[in-house]
Write a protein that binds this ligand. Sequence first.
Ligand code: G3H
Ligand code: 13P
Ligand code: ZN
Length: 331
Amino acid sequence: MVSYKELGLVNTREMFRKAMEGKYAIAAFNFNNMEQMQAIIQAAVECQSPVILQVSSGARKYANQTLLRYMAQGAVEYAKELGCAIPVTLHLDHGDTFELCKSCIDMGFSSVMIDGSHHSSDENVELTRRVVEYAHQYDVTVEGELGVLAGVEDEVSAEHHTYTRPEEVEDFVSKTGVDSLAISIGTSHGANKFRPEQCTRNEEGILVPPPLRFDILEEIEKRIPGFPIVLHGSSSVPQDKVAIINQYGGALKDAIGIPEDQLRRAATSSVCKINIDSDGRLAMTAAVREVMATKPAEFDPRKYLGPARDSLKELYKHKLINVLGSAGKAL
Ligand code: G3H
Ligand code: 13P
Ligand code: ZN
């Protein structure tokens, strides 16, 4: 058993309190390798932003949870070395069982998500409450979820949204004791969040997806004022990255994300945590494809992973400064 406190990590409680007060959101960037971790920390240090390093169960299987934990510990030291001891959280994304959450807590995670949103309401409450009871003994914070996002959630797929029902949130929060709540208001996972026929075209001919359901968010805020809300599925799917991928042999079709102005608006509300994974994947893939296509004689991984890391860092900085509004908030 190792406490996250010994690793220099923090839970999300203080981060979210300040984000709520300051009307910004904390970025939760998914990672599963060294270049992604470096890009996240470099961007967060340069922006002086608190940051959440997020690990899915798929990432844990891919990279090994012990290695990821030591990488997170290394990330804290790396940030100091780069000149700013930003607050860093190590968070389990979409935990689906008590055992997985317990294992992460015992291994040094400072925050876990228990995603019981695919179960019945009673089962979701029971499972979430059990994780909270265990986590709080070690001062680890817990994110629960109500409502189902369309798209693919880890190994669980949901064809359609089930928006969060505001009338259920008070009961869920009080019965479970969770520290934050992920809700469903129109975001979804992956790079294909909307079909083109769901979108309208603006004057420049760009596809604009239907807006997020801010009415549901406002209703939730009325019922649990000041309670930290989390948005999953918040990649914007930058079209310049999609174009580079397709220019260099990729085959991404109808890739459409959440417009950044919608996320900017969400960040000023009770939304304290915004999850971004797919945009990082697109930035890395675009950079790797470009090197592979334009420099076919290169075979040193650093020659393509280096540019991928630089591109990731620029993307993350843009998110922290212009979308989440967390730049300068680590001080
Ligand atoms: O919510 C899902 C995240 O984007 C993680 O995806 O399970 O492919 O690592 P993954
Ligand atoms: P995206 O697929 O939109 O990046 O969402 C990531 C996410 O919600 C991770 O939990
Ligand atoms: Zn998610």
